[in-house]
Ligand binder design. Structure first.
Ligand code: F6R
Ligand code: MG
Ligand code: MG
Length: 366
């Protein structure tokens, strides 16, 4: 039986500011998906959060971009928005860019990652939720997991992994996609996805066994809305083991925090700090950006779990390093490279400033 795993998320209001989701919003979302399970639309569902984002983790047999499933998520986010409005929470309904739902969530604001799979005899899946960053934040860990033998021992010593993987990469500026294969396209892949603001890995597939291994959300709210609306705080899911990277190889890239774009006002670079769900409450300068990982075993579409994977003690040092990097970058205040480059600023006073200063510029004497 083919099962689709859909992870759909939105920021529909923060408690307090942009730091967390209010418990009442969580209860509202949980009740709504439980009802959809009881009615048979979903096989199973789990609701969780990272920072101010609610994530619906759902299994079903309706395939990807399905109207009913996306429509359900849209309804859930309308309900959590209503709670946020009633409680006066911050940015109520922030990610819902349209008044009406039309077929699927594309361009409407909520982010989604979906994969359709034939369940293996045992199916370990890790779901990752990130806050205060952008979808390209997953490029680095995905390359490490699926293409870097210094991270993933299986690429060298497991014959089932020796043929490598295929990466589907989107060019968000040109709205085009390409498939690159590792190991032979490794350098080309790095040239593209090393620029995560523009190139984003959407899916990874096996080669020896051509199954889907990973999927990310690739919507960009700022592009969709045409103006700053909030970072699109991405989600990702990765299948593990038996010819795919082991759970420990999938988590290994988070043992040393990489620097991502996002943080305060979506306009600063900072470390992506791995945390337990209960610590995913970005408060210092609205950050630093957070990532949590929920581990499940799928069984006939049922979500057995989750385990809070990054709560593990072995990530304590990564958290410490992230805080040190955060200190270092914060010292730079409004200077690049802590502040994002002018092209990447999500908010900017530049046009207004240039207008205001227009009659004060003089020709440069050389
Ligand atoms: C970043 C984020 C926050 C806000 C910041 C200012 O993704 O959501 O850092 O950008 O708190 O928010 P406003 O402009 O609503 O006061
Ligand atoms: Mg928010
Ligand atoms: Mg958020």
């Amino acid at each position: 039986m083919e099962i689709t795993l859909s992870v759909i998320k939105a920021d529909t209001g923060g408690f307090v500011g942009h730091t967390e989701v209010h418990p009442e919003m969580m209860t509202t979302a949980r009740d709504a998906v439980d009802e959809a399970v009881a009615e048979g639309l979903l096989i199973d569902a789990h609701v969780n959060r990272v920072g101010d984002d609610v994530a619906l983790i759902m299994t079903h047999t309706r395939g990807e971009s399905d109207t009913e499933i996306h429509g359900l998520a849209w309804e859930v986010f309308q309900s959590t928005t209503a709670v946020a409005k009633r409680l006066g929470l911050y940015g109520a309904g922030q990610d819902l860019l349209s008044d009406a739902f039309s077929g699927n969530l594309r361009g409407l604001g909520p982010g989604y990652a979906e994969m359709t799979l034939e369940e293996r005899p045992s199916e370990p899946v890790l779901v990752f939720l990130a806050d205060k960053t952008e979808p390209g934040a997953f490029n680095y860990p995905l390359v490490r997991m699926f293409a870097d033998p210094f991270n993933t021992a299986g690429l060298v010593i497991d014959p089932a992994m020796h043929d490598g993987y295929e990466f589907e990469v989107l060019d968000l500026h040109q709205e085009q996609a390409i498939r690159l294969r590792t190991p032979e396209d490794y350098y080309a892949l790095l040239m593209l996805v090393g620029a995560p603001h523009r190139f984003v890995i959407r899916k990874v597939f096996g080669r020896k066994n051509p199954i889907v291994g990973a999927a990310t959300s690739t919507q960009r709210l700022s592009l969709a809305a045409g103006r700053y609306i909030g970072k699109d705080d991405p989600v990702m899911m990765v299948r593990c083991q038996s010819g795919l990277p082991a759970v420990g190889e999938v988590l290994e890239p988070f043992s040393y925090p990489h620097i991502v774009s996002g943080w305060m006002r979506g306009s600063h670079f900072g470390p992506l700090m791995p945390t337990a769900v209960e610590d995913a409450t970005p408060a210092r300068f609205d950050g630093p950006p957070r990532i949590v990982s929920l581990g499940f075993q799928l069984k006939d579409g049922k979500l057995i779990g989750p385990r809070d994977m990054l709560a593990d003690k072995s990530f304590d040092r990564a958290r410490q390093i992230a805080l040190e990097l955060a200190d270092h970058l914060r010292h730079m205040g409004p200077f690049e490279p802590h502040r994002a480059g002018l092209d990447e600023l999500e908010y900017t006073t530049m046009p207004e400033l240039m207008k205001r200063l227009s009659d004060r510029w003089r020709p440069m004497e050389v």
